[in-house]
Write a protein that binds this ligand. Structure first.
Ligand SMILES: [Zn+2]
Length: 459
């Protein structure tokens, strides 16, 4: 049953014009209708951030939502992953989260996928209007980013083909800190362009620990890193051994007393030594809200999108800041790559021969291995036996198995290369598909559904 006035707040954004709307925004009831019919959102992760994102999506008027999570519910999740109850412990997060949202929000259609992101083919991911990441792993983010970028096609002049753009909204939290960012592959920096944002975990400088400790954590790390090797030389520290942890705790307490520093506890000692960062429910709520708002903006253009990275710190008051990061034009994941034209019926061997004969590519490689996304098509070395048969198969057939119909981005590796090279393979039956698209027969549903109407506005 539809409650009267249920969407009145949403309609204030979608049915009225204003000074802050995105370029080309056309207010009207069609936008809400689009959200509730054709628009499909994929949420990756049903954990701390994922629970919040699913709830926010359902309450913001999104109806067709899919969620992927490979984890099961643990008792330690229950303090913040509010869609789960004690009786759900051990069940798949995606399944329970979908059930709860569907039961609670009338009309919501959340579809769970209890699997790894790598288990689903590109054709699955290409179905969605927008993808939101609520992940805690760098590797999973990189995988999803490369998947979204692999769906991107470039025009002959090297500009991105707007109809193939799959926007990503990425949220992340760590204690009281968080970020929300919008990735429009080919337009704004992708995850790989700004990988330096995720430096390896650094510990405190040793001189601070030894000479000028200022916090309880400094005292703990002093006991853990310096005193341990001095006083228990030759003995390996084991973070899971209670006697070891107690030893560090006691030395840290002693040092904190010398310097008049409060706050050393056994729990904090464990946290610092094991590098445990507490998950904060309010941080998840704030970052999720930012992500879902960006998704709403991106698919309806009711406001200009975030450009392109929002950081949040909640440890001392509430602070946010927006940074416009720049695209790396030579990014191996989202840049245009080298264009290679091939006949529609070319086999993999013929494509490799074309690469070797290509004026630029030919100089860079001698014995290339070729893959598409994470799937090896032809590999040298130990995988050669398993992939040699592919050489004689038509490229169209190999890629169709991968869910790719027309142009495809191949990753090429060669002993002569220091990093993989992107080759944009264009097969010559593309014109017909474009014509069909313009006719509206191949997925373009017109102004409200088609990303080609929207993405440039993020520039
Ligand atoms: Zn990139």
């Amino acid at each position: 049953m539809e409650l009267e006035g249920r969407w009145q707040d949403l309609d204030k954004l979608l049915a009225r014009d204003g000074n802050l709307v995105g370029p080309g925004f056309e207010p009207g009831p069609e936008l809400r209708e689009f959200l509730q019919t054709d628009c499909r959102v994929l949420c990756i992760g049903a954990g701390g951030l994922g629970c919040e994102i699913l709830k926010d999506l359902a309450l913001s008027g999104f109806v067709n939502v899919d969620v992927i999570d490979m984890d099961t519910i643990d008792v330690s999740n229950l303090n913040r992953q509010f869609l789960f109850r004690m009786s759900d412990v051990g069940k798949p997060k995606a399944v329970v989260a979908a059930e709860r949202v569907n039961a609670r929000v009338a009309g919501a259609r959340v579809t769970p996928h209890y699997c790894r992101i790598e288990d689903l083919p590109p054709s699955f991911y290409s179905e969605f209007t927008i993808i939101i990441l609520g992940l805690d792993s760098l590797e999973a983010r990189r995988w999803m980013n490369s998947m979204a970028c692999s769906l991107l096609e470039y025009e002959d002049d090297g500009s991105p083909d707007m109809s193939t753009i799959k926007p990503l909204v990425d949220g992340g939290t760590e204690g009281f800190k968080g970020h929300a960012r919008v990735i429009i592959p080919g337009v704004t920096p992708c995850f790989e362009c700004t990988l330096w944002l995720f430096p390896p975990q650094t510990k405190f400088p040793l001189c601070t620990l030894a000479e000028t400790p200022r916090s309880a954590a400094h005292c703990i790390e002093y006991a853990h890193l310096i005193l341990w090797s001095q006083q228990r030389a030759g003995e390996e520290f084991d973070a899971d051994c209670e006697e070891h942890m107690k030893w560090v705790f006691e030395r840290a307490t002693e040092r904190a007393r010398q310097y008049g520093i409060p706050g050393v506890t056994y729990q904090l000692t464990q946290g610092v030594v094991k590098n445990i960062i507490p998950a904060i429910a309010s941080t998840n709520a704030i970052i999720s809200a930012a992500c879902v708002l960006e998704a709403l903006k991106a698919v309806t253009m009711c406001s200009s999108g975030l450009n392109n990275y929002l950081m949040y710190t909640g440890s001392q008051g509430i602070y946010t800041h927006t940074v416009a990061y720049e695209k790396d034009e030579s990014c191996p994941v989202c840049s245009a790559g080298v264009l290679l034209q091939a006949p529609a019926d070319a086999t993999l061997q013929q494509v490799i021969d074309l690469m070797l004969a290509h004026p630029t590519l030919g100089r860079l490689m001698a014995h290339p291995s070729v893959s598409h996304g994470a799937t090896p098509l032809y590999m040298r070395g130990v995988l050669e036996d398993g992939t040699r048969a592919n050489l004689g198969r038509p490229m169209a057939e190999l890629l169709r198995g991968e869910g790719v119909e027309a142009a495809a981005l191949l990753t090429v590796n060669d002993k002569k290369l220091s990093a993989p090279l992107r080759v944009r393979l264009r097969r010559r039956r593309r014109r017909r598909r474009r014509a069909a698209e313009l006719d509206g027969r191949a997925g373009c549903r017109g102004a409200h559904a088609c990303m080609c109407m929207r993405a440039p506005r993020f520039v």
